[in-house]
Write a protein that binds this ligand. Structure first.
Ligand code: SF4
Length: 424
Protein backbone atom coordinates (compact mmCIF):
# COMPACT_ATOMS: atom_id res chain seq x y z
CA UNK A 1 0.00 0.00 0.00
CA UNK A 2 1.25 3.47 -0.85
CA UNK A 3 0.50 7.08 -0.10
CA UNK A 4 -2.35 8.03 2.17
CA UNK A 5 -3.51 11.56 1.33
CA UNK A 6 -6.19 13.73 2.92
CA UNK A 7 -9.21 11.48 2.89
CA UNK A 8 -8.47 7.99 4.13
CA UNK A 9 -8.14 6.21 0.81
CA UNK A 10 -5.29 3.78 0.48
CA UNK A 11 -3.82 2.81 -2.87
CA UNK A 12 -2.46 -0.59 -3.81
CA UNK A 13 0.26 0.59 -6.15
CA UNK A 14 1.47 -2.88 -7.04
CA UNK A 15 -1.97 -3.73 -8.33
CA UNK A 16 -2.34 -0.34 -9.97
CA UNK A 17 0.88 -0.92 -11.86
CA UNK A 18 -0.33 -4.29 -13.10
CA UNK A 19 -3.71 -2.95 -14.26
CA UNK A 20 -2.58 0.37 -15.71
CA UNK A 21 0.31 -1.20 -17.63
CA UNK A 22 -2.04 -3.68 -19.20
CA UNK A 23 -4.62 -1.06 -20.13
CA UNK A 24 -1.92 1.28 -21.42
CA UNK A 25 -0.67 -1.49 -23.69
CA UNK A 26 -4.12 -2.57 -24.89
CA UNK A 27 -5.28 0.95 -25.69
CA UNK A 28 -1.95 1.83 -27.27
CA UNK A 29 -2.01 -1.16 -29.59
CA UNK A 30 -5.70 -1.21 -30.44
CA UNK A 31 -5.09 -0.05 -33.99
CA UNK A 32 -2.51 -2.68 -34.81
CA UNK A 33 -3.93 -5.67 -32.99
CA UNK A 34 -7.42 -6.95 -32.36
CA UNK A 35 -8.29 -6.32 -28.77
CA UNK A 36 -11.39 -5.25 -26.90
CA UNK A 37 -10.69 -1.59 -27.57
CA UNK A 38 -10.18 -1.96 -31.30
CA UNK A 39 -12.51 0.28 -33.23
CA UNK A 40 -13.88 2.22 -30.27
CA UNK A 41 -14.76 5.79 -31.23
CA UNK A 42 -14.81 8.17 -28.30
CA UNK A 43 -17.43 10.94 -28.06
CA UNK A 44 -14.90 13.70 -28.74
CA UNK A 45 -14.02 12.04 -32.04
CA UNK A 46 -17.57 11.59 -33.28
CA UNK A 47 -18.08 15.16 -34.42
CA UNK A 48 -15.51 17.15 -36.39
CA UNK A 49 -13.53 19.67 -34.38
CA UNK A 50 -12.42 22.95 -35.99
CA UNK A 51 -9.01 22.86 -37.64
CA UNK A 52 -7.96 26.27 -36.36
CA UNK A 53 -6.11 25.99 -33.02
CA UNK A 54 -7.98 28.71 -31.17
CA UNK A 55 -11.36 27.73 -32.57
CA UNK A 56 -10.70 24.11 -31.63
CA UNK A 57 -9.64 25.05 -28.08
CA UNK A 58 -12.81 27.13 -27.68
CA UNK A 59 -15.02 24.39 -29.13
CA UNK A 60 -13.81 21.92 -26.52
CA UNK A 61 -13.77 24.60 -23.83
CA UNK A 62 -17.53 25.06 -24.04
CA UNK A 63 -18.17 21.36 -24.66
CA UNK A 64 -16.32 20.40 -21.49
CA UNK A 65 -18.87 22.37 -19.47
CA UNK A 66 -21.61 20.01 -20.64
CA UNK A 67 -19.92 16.80 -19.52
CA UNK A 68 -21.60 16.39 -16.17
CA UNK A 69 -24.85 15.40 -14.56
CA UNK A 70 -27.16 12.70 -15.78
CA UNK A 71 -26.67 12.90 -19.49
CA UNK A 72 -25.10 10.64 -22.05
CA UNK A 73 -21.64 11.93 -22.87
CA UNK A 74 -22.24 11.97 -26.61
CA UNK A 75 -25.48 13.99 -26.61
CA UNK A 76 -24.00 17.44 -25.93
CA UNK A 77 -21.64 17.01 -28.85
CA UNK A 78 -24.59 16.89 -31.19
CA UNK A 79 -26.37 19.73 -29.43
CA UNK A 80 -23.31 21.96 -29.56
CA UNK A 81 -22.62 21.01 -33.18
CA UNK A 82 -26.09 22.36 -33.92
CA UNK A 83 -25.41 25.49 -31.84
CA UNK A 84 -22.12 26.10 -33.61
CA UNK A 85 -23.89 26.16 -36.96
CA UNK A 86 -26.88 28.17 -35.81
CA UNK A 87 -25.10 30.64 -33.54
CA UNK A 88 -21.32 30.54 -34.04
CA UNK A 89 -20.82 33.71 -31.99
CA UNK A 90 -21.51 31.72 -28.83
CA UNK A 91 -18.09 30.14 -29.33
CA UNK A 92 -16.36 33.53 -29.45
CA UNK A 93 -15.85 34.72 -25.87
CA UNK A 94 -15.62 38.42 -26.80
CA UNK A 95 -19.00 38.20 -28.57
CA UNK A 96 -20.57 36.40 -25.60
CA UNK A 97 -19.34 39.09 -23.20
CA UNK A 98 -20.55 41.87 -25.49
CA UNK A 99 -24.05 40.67 -26.37
CA UNK A 100 -25.11 37.97 -23.94
CA UNK A 101 -25.60 37.17 -20.28
CA UNK A 102 -25.96 33.90 -18.41
CA UNK A 103 -29.74 33.85 -18.52
CA UNK A 104 -29.83 34.65 -22.22
CA UNK A 105 -27.37 31.86 -23.00
CA UNK A 106 -29.41 29.38 -20.92
CA UNK A 107 -32.66 30.36 -22.65
CA UNK A 108 -31.06 30.15 -26.07
CA UNK A 109 -29.70 26.67 -25.31
CA UNK A 110 -33.14 25.60 -24.17
CA UNK A 111 -34.61 26.59 -27.55
CA UNK A 112 -31.67 25.07 -29.39
CA UNK A 113 -32.33 21.77 -27.66
CA UNK A 114 -35.87 21.75 -29.04
CA UNK A 115 -34.77 22.75 -32.53
CA UNK A 116 -31.81 20.37 -32.63
CA UNK A 117 -33.81 17.31 -31.62
CA UNK A 118 -37.40 17.61 -32.81
CA UNK A 119 -37.75 13.85 -32.42
CA UNK A 120 -36.37 13.59 -28.99
CA UNK A 121 -36.64 9.90 -28.38
CA UNK A 122 -34.32 8.89 -31.15
CA UNK A 123 -30.92 7.24 -31.15
CA UNK A 124 -28.19 8.78 -29.09
CA UNK A 125 -30.49 11.49 -27.92
CA UNK A 126 -32.87 9.35 -26.05
CA UNK A 127 -31.92 11.27 -22.92
CA UNK A 128 -33.03 14.60 -24.34
CA UNK A 129 -36.47 14.45 -22.73
CA UNK A 130 -34.68 14.46 -19.42
CA UNK A 131 -33.61 17.99 -20.17
CA UNK A 132 -33.01 18.69 -16.51
CA UNK A 133 -29.90 16.55 -16.93
CA UNK A 134 -28.40 19.37 -18.96
CA UNK A 135 -28.98 21.94 -16.21
CA UNK A 136 -29.21 24.58 -18.90
CA UNK A 137 -29.51 27.52 -16.53
CA UNK A 138 -26.29 26.53 -14.76
CA UNK A 139 -24.67 25.87 -18.11
CA UNK A 140 -25.73 29.30 -19.36
CA UNK A 141 -24.24 30.96 -16.29
CA UNK A 142 -20.93 29.16 -16.47
CA UNK A 143 -20.79 29.72 -20.27
CA UNK A 144 -21.08 33.46 -19.75
CA UNK A 145 -18.90 33.67 -16.62
CA UNK A 146 -16.12 31.68 -18.23
CA UNK A 147 -16.27 33.74 -21.42
CA UNK A 148 -15.79 36.82 -19.25
CA UNK A 149 -12.89 35.17 -17.38
CA UNK A 150 -11.28 34.31 -20.71
CA UNK A 151 -11.54 37.92 -21.90
CA UNK A 152 -10.92 39.82 -18.69
CA UNK A 153 -8.92 37.41 -16.54
CA UNK A 154 -5.68 37.84 -18.44
CA UNK A 155 -6.16 34.90 -20.82
CA UNK A 156 -6.64 37.12 -23.90
CA UNK A 157 -9.73 35.18 -24.92
CA UNK A 158 -7.66 32.05 -25.50
CA UNK A 159 -7.91 29.06 -23.14
CA UNK A 160 -4.59 27.74 -24.42
CA UNK A 161 -2.92 30.61 -22.53
CA UNK A 162 -3.92 28.88 -19.30
CA UNK A 163 -1.31 26.24 -20.05
CA UNK A 164 1.59 28.55 -20.88
CA UNK A 165 4.81 27.21 -19.33
CA UNK A 166 2.84 24.79 -17.16
CA UNK A 167 4.79 21.99 -15.52
CA UNK A 168 1.81 19.79 -14.81
CA UNK A 169 -1.95 19.61 -14.57
CA UNK A 170 -2.12 20.80 -10.96
CA UNK A 171 -0.32 23.98 -11.89
CA UNK A 172 -2.75 24.64 -14.72
CA UNK A 173 -5.70 23.89 -12.45
CA UNK A 174 -4.41 26.26 -9.77
CA UNK A 175 -4.66 29.06 -12.35
CA UNK A 176 -8.30 28.49 -13.22
CA UNK A 177 -9.64 27.14 -9.94
CA UNK A 178 -12.55 29.48 -9.26
CA UNK A 179 -12.18 28.99 -5.48
CA UNK A 180 -8.66 30.40 -5.58
CA UNK A 181 -9.23 32.83 -8.47
CA UNK A 182 -12.80 34.13 -8.35
CA UNK A 183 -12.21 36.74 -11.07
CA UNK A 184 -10.25 34.74 -13.59
CA UNK A 185 -11.24 31.15 -12.74
CA UNK A 186 -13.76 28.98 -14.56
CA UNK A 187 -17.07 27.88 -13.12
CA UNK A 188 -18.22 24.29 -13.59
CA UNK A 189 -14.64 23.16 -14.10
CA UNK A 190 -13.36 21.22 -11.17
CA UNK A 191 -10.57 18.69 -11.57
CA UNK A 192 -12.71 16.08 -13.33
CA UNK A 193 -13.94 18.38 -16.09
CA UNK A 194 -10.70 20.31 -16.41
CA UNK A 195 -8.63 17.13 -16.73
CA UNK A 196 -11.02 15.89 -19.42
CA UNK A 197 -10.64 19.20 -21.26
CA UNK A 198 -6.87 19.06 -20.90
CA UNK A 199 -6.77 15.56 -22.35
CA UNK A 200 -8.91 16.61 -25.33
CA UNK A 201 -6.41 19.39 -26.04
CA UNK A 202 -3.48 17.03 -25.60
CA UNK A 203 -5.05 14.56 -28.02
CA UNK A 204 -5.08 17.28 -30.67
CA UNK A 205 -1.55 18.42 -29.98
CA UNK A 206 -2.68 21.78 -28.59
CA UNK A 207 -1.23 21.21 -25.14
CA UNK A 208 1.94 19.41 -24.09
CA UNK A 209 1.63 15.93 -22.56
CA UNK A 210 2.73 16.93 -19.07
CA UNK A 211 1.76 14.94 -15.98
CA UNK A 212 -2.03 14.74 -16.04
CA UNK A 213 -4.49 12.71 -13.97
CA UNK A 214 -7.34 10.65 -15.29
CA UNK A 215 -10.73 12.36 -15.00
CA UNK A 216 -12.14 10.68 -11.90
CA UNK A 217 -15.75 10.01 -12.75
CA UNK A 218 -18.00 7.15 -11.66
CA UNK A 219 -16.38 4.75 -14.12
CA UNK A 220 -12.86 5.35 -12.89
CA UNK A 221 -13.97 5.01 -9.27
CA UNK A 222 -15.95 1.83 -9.94
CA UNK A 223 -13.06 0.11 -11.62
CA UNK A 224 -10.43 1.24 -9.15
CA UNK A 225 -12.50 -0.11 -6.28
CA UNK A 226 -13.70 -3.27 -8.04
CA UNK A 227 -10.10 -4.14 -8.89
CA UNK A 228 -8.77 -3.36 -5.42
CA UNK A 229 -6.60 -0.44 -6.52
CA UNK A 230 -8.28 1.81 -4.00
CA UNK A 231 -8.98 0.54 -0.51
CA UNK A 232 -12.03 2.27 0.97
CA UNK A 233 -12.24 0.15 4.12
CA UNK A 234 -11.83 3.23 6.30
CA UNK A 235 -14.51 5.14 4.42
CA UNK A 236 -17.12 2.71 3.15
CA UNK A 237 -19.39 1.81 6.05
CA UNK A 238 -22.51 -0.36 6.04
CA UNK A 239 -25.11 2.00 4.66
CA UNK A 240 -27.84 3.29 6.95
CA UNK A 241 -30.77 4.58 4.90
CA UNK A 242 -32.43 7.83 5.95
CA UNK A 243 -36.22 7.40 6.13
CA UNK A 244 -37.93 9.10 3.22
CA UNK A 245 -34.68 9.56 1.34
CA UNK A 246 -33.32 6.06 0.83
CA UNK A 247 -35.05 2.70 0.54
CA UNK A 248 -34.44 0.05 3.17
CA UNK A 249 -33.38 -2.27 0.36
CA UNK A 250 -29.90 -0.76 0.26
CA UNK A 251 -29.33 -1.03 3.99
CA UNK A 252 -26.04 -2.55 5.02
CA UNK A 253 -24.15 -2.44 1.73
CA UNK A 254 -20.71 -0.85 2.20
CA UNK A 255 -20.91 2.62 0.68
CA UNK A 256 -18.85 5.80 0.53
CA UNK A 257 -20.21 9.27 -0.18
CA UNK A 258 -18.42 10.74 -3.18
CA UNK A 259 -17.32 14.24 -2.26
CA UNK A 260 -15.03 16.65 -4.08
CA UNK A 261 -12.21 15.85 -1.65
CA UNK A 262 -12.74 12.16 -2.29
CA UNK A 263 -12.45 12.73 -6.05
CA UNK A 264 -9.50 15.08 -5.65
CA UNK A 265 -7.58 12.58 -3.54
CA UNK A 266 -7.81 9.96 -6.27
CA UNK A 267 -7.17 12.53 -9.00
CA UNK A 268 -3.93 13.79 -7.46
CA UNK A 269 -2.72 10.27 -6.83
CA UNK A 270 -3.30 9.19 -10.44
CA UNK A 271 -1.37 12.20 -11.75
CA UNK A 272 1.70 11.40 -9.67
CA UNK A 273 1.48 7.64 -10.00
CA UNK A 274 1.04 7.53 -13.77
CA UNK A 275 3.79 10.06 -14.33
CA UNK A 276 6.27 8.35 -12.00
CA UNK A 277 5.66 5.04 -13.72
CA UNK A 278 5.68 6.46 -17.23
CA UNK A 279 2.21 5.15 -17.96
CA UNK A 280 0.18 7.12 -20.47
CA UNK A 281 -2.87 8.84 -18.98
CA UNK A 282 -4.05 9.27 -22.57
CA UNK A 283 -4.40 5.49 -22.77
CA UNK A 284 -5.48 4.57 -19.27
CA UNK A 285 -8.26 7.16 -19.16
CA UNK A 286 -10.29 5.99 -22.17
CA UNK A 287 -9.56 2.33 -21.40
CA UNK A 288 -11.03 2.62 -17.89
CA UNK A 289 -14.00 4.59 -19.14
CA UNK A 290 -14.87 2.21 -21.95
CA UNK A 291 -14.31 -0.89 -19.83
CA UNK A 292 -16.64 0.29 -17.10
CA UNK A 293 -19.28 1.90 -19.27
CA UNK A 294 -19.51 -0.85 -21.83
CA UNK A 295 -18.49 -4.00 -19.98
CA UNK A 296 -19.02 -3.61 -16.21
CA UNK A 297 -22.39 -2.03 -16.98
CA UNK A 298 -23.44 -5.29 -18.63
CA UNK A 299 -22.50 -7.44 -15.65
CA UNK A 300 -25.72 -8.83 -14.19
CA UNK A 301 -24.80 -7.84 -10.66
CA UNK A 302 -24.57 -4.21 -11.74
CA UNK A 303 -28.14 -4.23 -13.03
CA UNK A 304 -30.80 -2.82 -10.78
CA UNK A 305 -34.52 -2.46 -10.60
CA UNK A 306 -37.06 -0.57 -8.56
CA UNK A 307 -35.59 2.93 -8.87
CA UNK A 308 -35.03 5.25 -5.98
CA UNK A 309 -38.07 4.01 -4.03
CA UNK A 310 -37.06 0.35 -3.87
CA UNK A 311 -33.74 -0.20 -5.49
CA UNK A 312 -32.76 -3.85 -5.63
CA UNK A 313 -30.04 -5.96 -7.19
CA UNK A 314 -29.83 -9.60 -8.06
CA UNK A 315 -29.19 -11.87 -5.12
CA UNK A 316 -25.79 -13.48 -5.68
CA UNK A 317 -27.16 -16.73 -4.26
CA UNK A 318 -29.25 -17.03 -7.42
CA UNK A 319 -26.03 -17.01 -9.41
CA UNK A 320 -24.54 -19.96 -7.56
CA UNK A 321 -26.76 -22.11 -9.76
CA UNK A 322 -25.79 -21.89 -13.45
CA UNK A 323 -29.52 -21.88 -14.23
CA UNK A 324 -29.91 -18.68 -12.22
CA UNK A 325 -28.08 -16.58 -14.77
CA UNK A 326 -30.03 -14.77 -17.48
CA UNK A 327 -30.75 -16.86 -20.51
CA UNK A 328 -28.18 -16.20 -23.26
CA UNK A 329 -26.14 -14.12 -20.85
CA UNK A 330 -23.22 -12.65 -22.76
CA UNK A 331 -20.83 -12.55 -19.85
CA UNK A 332 -18.99 -9.28 -20.49
CA UNK A 333 -16.45 -10.25 -17.85
CA UNK A 334 -15.30 -13.12 -20.08
CA UNK A 335 -13.74 -10.54 -22.38
CA UNK A 336 -12.37 -8.35 -19.63
CA UNK A 337 -8.58 -8.13 -19.55
CA UNK A 338 -8.53 -7.65 -15.78
CA UNK A 339 -11.22 -10.08 -14.72
CA UNK A 340 -8.78 -12.03 -12.58
CA UNK A 341 -8.48 -9.02 -10.26
CA UNK A 342 -12.11 -7.96 -10.13
CA UNK A 343 -13.94 -8.81 -6.91
CA UNK A 344 -16.72 -6.26 -6.43
CA UNK A 345 -20.07 -5.47 -8.02
CA UNK A 346 -20.53 -1.69 -7.92
CA UNK A 347 -23.69 -0.62 -9.77
CA UNK A 348 -24.19 2.87 -11.11
CA UNK A 349 -27.67 3.49 -9.71
CA UNK A 350 -26.68 4.42 -6.12
CA UNK A 351 -24.10 6.83 -7.50
CA UNK A 352 -26.39 8.62 -9.94
CA UNK A 353 -29.28 8.76 -7.49
CA UNK A 354 -27.53 9.53 -4.21
CA UNK A 355 -23.84 10.11 -4.96
CA UNK A 356 -22.92 6.82 -3.30
CA UNK A 357 -20.22 4.44 -4.38
CA UNK A 358 -21.79 1.22 -3.20
CA UNK A 359 -20.40 -2.29 -3.13
CA UNK A 360 -23.55 -4.36 -3.35
CA UNK A 361 -21.95 -7.79 -3.44
CA UNK A 362 -18.81 -9.64 -4.28
CA UNK A 363 -18.63 -10.40 -7.96
CA UNK A 364 -19.69 -13.90 -8.89
CA UNK A 365 -17.86 -15.49 -11.77
CA UNK A 366 -19.99 -16.71 -14.64
CA UNK A 367 -19.92 -20.48 -14.29
CA UNK A 368 -20.21 -21.51 -17.90
CA UNK A 369 -17.10 -21.70 -20.02
CA UNK A 370 -17.28 -19.61 -23.19
CA UNK A 371 -14.92 -19.15 -26.10
CA UNK A 372 -15.91 -15.74 -27.41
CA UNK A 373 -13.70 -15.73 -30.48
CA UNK A 374 -14.91 -19.13 -31.59
CA UNK A 375 -18.51 -18.20 -30.99
CA UNK A 376 -18.20 -14.84 -32.64
CA UNK A 377 -19.46 -13.14 -29.48
CA UNK A 378 -17.23 -10.18 -28.90
CA UNK A 379 -18.50 -6.81 -29.97
CA UNK A 380 -19.85 -8.34 -33.15
CA UNK A 381 -23.11 -8.95 -31.36
CA UNK A 382 -22.90 -5.82 -29.30
CA UNK A 383 -26.13 -3.86 -29.25
CA UNK A 384 -26.15 -0.22 -28.15
CA UNK A 385 -28.22 0.20 -25.06
CA UNK A 386 -31.45 2.08 -25.27
CA UNK A 387 -31.90 4.06 -22.10
CA UNK A 388 -29.81 6.73 -20.48
CA UNK A 389 -28.38 7.16 -17.09
CA UNK A 390 -30.75 10.05 -16.57
CA UNK A 391 -33.03 7.96 -14.43
CA UNK A 392 -30.13 7.08 -12.20
CA UNK A 393 -30.33 3.42 -13.01
CA UNK A 394 -27.44 1.78 -14.69
CA UNK A 395 -29.66 -1.03 -15.75
CA UNK A 396 -33.09 -0.48 -14.46
CA UNK A 397 -34.20 -3.73 -15.94
CA UNK A 398 -37.20 -5.71 -14.98
CA UNK A 399 -36.97 -9.14 -13.46
CA UNK A 400 -38.33 -10.43 -16.75
CA UNK A 401 -35.45 -8.83 -18.62
CA UNK A 402 -32.99 -10.50 -16.36
CA UNK A 403 -34.43 -13.93 -16.89
CA UNK A 404 -35.40 -14.12 -20.47
CA UNK A 405 -32.81 -12.57 -22.68
CA UNK A 406 -29.53 -10.88 -23.25
CA UNK A 407 -29.07 -7.42 -21.83
CA UNK A 408 -30.09 -4.82 -24.30
CA UNK A 409 -31.34 -1.78 -22.55
CA UNK A 410 -31.19 0.58 -19.68
CA UNK A 411 -27.74 1.28 -18.45
CA UNK A 412 -26.37 4.44 -17.03
CA UNK A 413 -24.42 5.50 -20.02
CA UNK A 414 -24.76 5.30 -23.67
CA UNK A 415 -23.24 4.22 -26.85
CA UNK A 416 -19.65 3.98 -27.81
CA UNK A 417 -19.48 3.21 -31.48
CA UNK A 418 -17.53 0.20 -32.45
CA UNK A 419 -15.99 -1.20 -35.53
CA UNK A 420 -16.11 -4.91 -35.05
CA UNK A 421 -12.87 -6.07 -33.48
CA UNK A 422 -13.24 -9.68 -34.46
CA UNK A 423 -13.58 -8.99 -38.14
CA UNK A 424 -10.80 -10.15 -40.37
S1 SF4 B 1 -14.60 -8.49 -14.55
FE1 SF4 B 1 -16.56 -7.66 -15.27
S2 SF4 B 1 -17.26 -6.28 -13.67
FE2 SF4 B 1 -15.06 -6.68 -13.31
S3 SF4 B 1 -13.93 -5.06 -14.32
FE3 SF4 B 1 -14.13 -6.69 -15.80
S4 SF4 B 1 -16.02 -6.30 -16.97
FE4 SF4 B 1 -16.06 -5.04 -15.11
Amino acid sequence: MGRSPKVPIRFDEKRALEVFKQLDELWGTREVTNNIFTGVILPQDMYPAPADRLECALWFFYLALTQRGGIISESPFQLLSFVKKECPELFIPEAVVKDWNGEKVGKYLQGALDRAFPQRNEGLHRDIPKREGYKLDELGNSWFHNSRSLCMGGWEGNPLNVYAFCRDFEEAFSRIDSDRNPDRGFLGMRRKIFSLYTIWLQERGLVRHFATPIPVDFHAMRLLWALGIIDLSRLAKPFQPKPGRHPETIKGFPAAHVTERFVDTITKWTQIFLFENQIKHMHVNPALWVLSREFCAEHVQNWSQGGKKELTFIDPKELQDPGGWPKNYKNPCGLCPVERLCTRAIPAAPYYIWGLLMHVNDRVQYPIMRFPELEGWGMREYKPRKNSRGNGNEANRSKKDRKVGPPNGGTDEAVVSHRLPYED
